[in-house]
Write a protein that binds this ligand. Structure first.
Ligand code: ATP
Length: 328
């Protein structure tokens, strides 16, 4: 068993909403509202949810781009949200991020050499020659030609820019990379290439990924464990096999049924299944959320499988029973 590298405990990111003449805080957007999960060294952990569910904010809070308003981010046992600047500096070296939109995340006025060298300059004192060698090595790792260092981001395709983004993220020898929808702006064929080399780099360097996506189809091939997020909270977490084979929360079932069916013979059956899941969702969703539409706390339902079961004990018991039957 590999060791746990990061533990997120009851993480909250609330944005104040101000209104009225005095511009007072009248409410909060609860973008992340009590999220807990942990990632092991070298594993890919999937964080899934539709647009607005709070995935990106979770990722940004983990790398420190957004400030956590509550909870803990334990890295190697130390809460980073309250750590000293020196410890935070080490953490910033070990935990990097790759963004969805490589065009806006790579500075268009900088050459690739400077883009990739930037994180190295923040943490290491290398000579110009050493730095150039390191950048060449990183470009080689992500399968880019060495003359790329003299060019600018707009001279590359989306897939190539994403490789450059990975080279920059890998530059500091990180232990964890938060990859926020790294392939969703790319064509299908290029997506597969980028995912493959991300896997390759992971195996070579033992990097862990928090892989953020709205697409359960993509995550299926990447993650060992995953968390499904909805309305700022987690509705279900567990191993990939448990969740894909035995989804329990009404929202997870709906997300899974939305994965397009590639097998032509199965399309009609899949359409019927999708309609049945949608009907169940429409009829029963009130049981799965509280009166304010919030997701209930997670409960353990099997080894490595937690679900935000209905608060009504009888309802929750029914769900557990159905799950037991399905597994046996
Ligand atoms: N700076 C901010 N101020 C106020 N609200 C914000 C801010 N950033 C995000 N939000 C809100 O927080 C919620 C979660 O946003 P977030 O970007 O994390 O969702 P997401 O699941 O990553 O969606 P997407 O895939 O579309 O980026 C949304 O309702 C969003 O409008």
């Amino acid at each position: 068993m590999s060791e746990e590298i990061i533990q997120i405990k009851d993480l909250k990111v609330h944005y104040p909403i101000r209104s009225g003449f005095w511009n007072r805080i009248t409410d909060y957007v609860r973008a992340v509202d009590g999220v807990s999960f942990s990632i092991n060294e070298g594993e890919t952990y999937g964080l899934i949810g539709e647009s607005g569910s709070g995935k990106s904010t979770t990722g940004k809070a983990i790398v420190g781009v957004e400030k956590a308003t509550g909870g803990e981010i334990l890295y190697k046992g130390v809460d980073i949200t309250k750590a000293s600047n020196r410890r935070k500096l080490n953490y910033n070296k070990d935990v990097q991020m790759i963004f969805q939109d490589s065009m806006s995340s790579l500075n268009p006025r900088k050459r690739i050499e400077d883009i990739i060298a930037e994180p190295i300059r923040n943490f290491e004192n290398l000579t110009t020659d050493q730095e150039r060698d390191r950048v060449q090595e990183l470009l080689d790792i992500v399968g880019m030609p060495s003359d790329a260092i003299y060019k600018y981001p707009h001279e590359f395709s989306g897939g190539q820019r994403q490789r450059i983004g990975v080279a920059r993220a890998v530059a500091t020898n990180p232990k964890l990379i938060v990859a926020d929808e790294p392939t969703s702006a790319l064509d299908l064929s290029v997506q597969a290439q980028v995912l493959n080399f991300m896997k390759h780099i992971q195996q070579q360097y033992g990097i862990g990924y928090l892989f953020i996506s709205h697409d359960l189809g993509v995550v299926k091939h990447m993650s060992e464990n995953l968390a499904i997020m909805h309305r700022g909270r987690l509705v279900e977490i567990g191993s990939r096999d448990e969740i894909y084979k035995h989804p329990v929360h009404i929202y997870t079932k709906r997300l899974l049924s939305a994965i397009p069916q590639v097998d032509v013979d199965q399309r009609e059956a899949h359409k019927k299944h999708r309609e049945a899941v949608e009907k169940e969702f429409q009829e029963n969703q009130s049981k799965w959320y509280d009166k304010d539409g919030r997701v209930y706390p997670l409960q353990k339902i099997a080894p490595n499988h937690f679900v935000a079961l209905p608060a009504d004990e009888a309802e929750a018991a029914k769900v557990r029973e159905a799950k037991e039957k399905e597994r046996s």
